[in-house]
Design a protein around this ligand. Structure first.
Ligand SMILES: [Zn+2]
Length: 77
């Protein structure tokens, strides 16, 4: 089972989440184990990608994310 690294946007706590690919595809919304916030984002080797919500906060014009196509939207990966 792959492990995904997430960061809490409330307390900046980083934590690992284990989920099957299927669970990930459906949209994983892990809860911060530190403050139980649901405002979490996946970390990709230093880049943060919003986990499927449109709450924003990161540049929508960065255009290219590792592992995603240039037109990839939220939740693509
Ligand atoms: Zn937290």
């Amino acid at each position: 089972m792959p492990t995904y690294e997430y960061i809490c946007l409330d307390c900046q706590n980083k934590f690992d989440v284990r989920a099957t690919f299927e669970e990930k595809e459906k949209g994983l919304k892990p809860e911060c184990p530190n403050c139980h916030s649901k405002k979490t984002a996946q970390v990709f080797g230093g880049f943060m990608v919003m986990g499927g919500s449109k709450s924003g906060g990161f540049s929508p014009r960065s255009g290219f994310m590792p592992g995603c196509g240039p037109t990839a939207g939220p939740g693509c990966c």
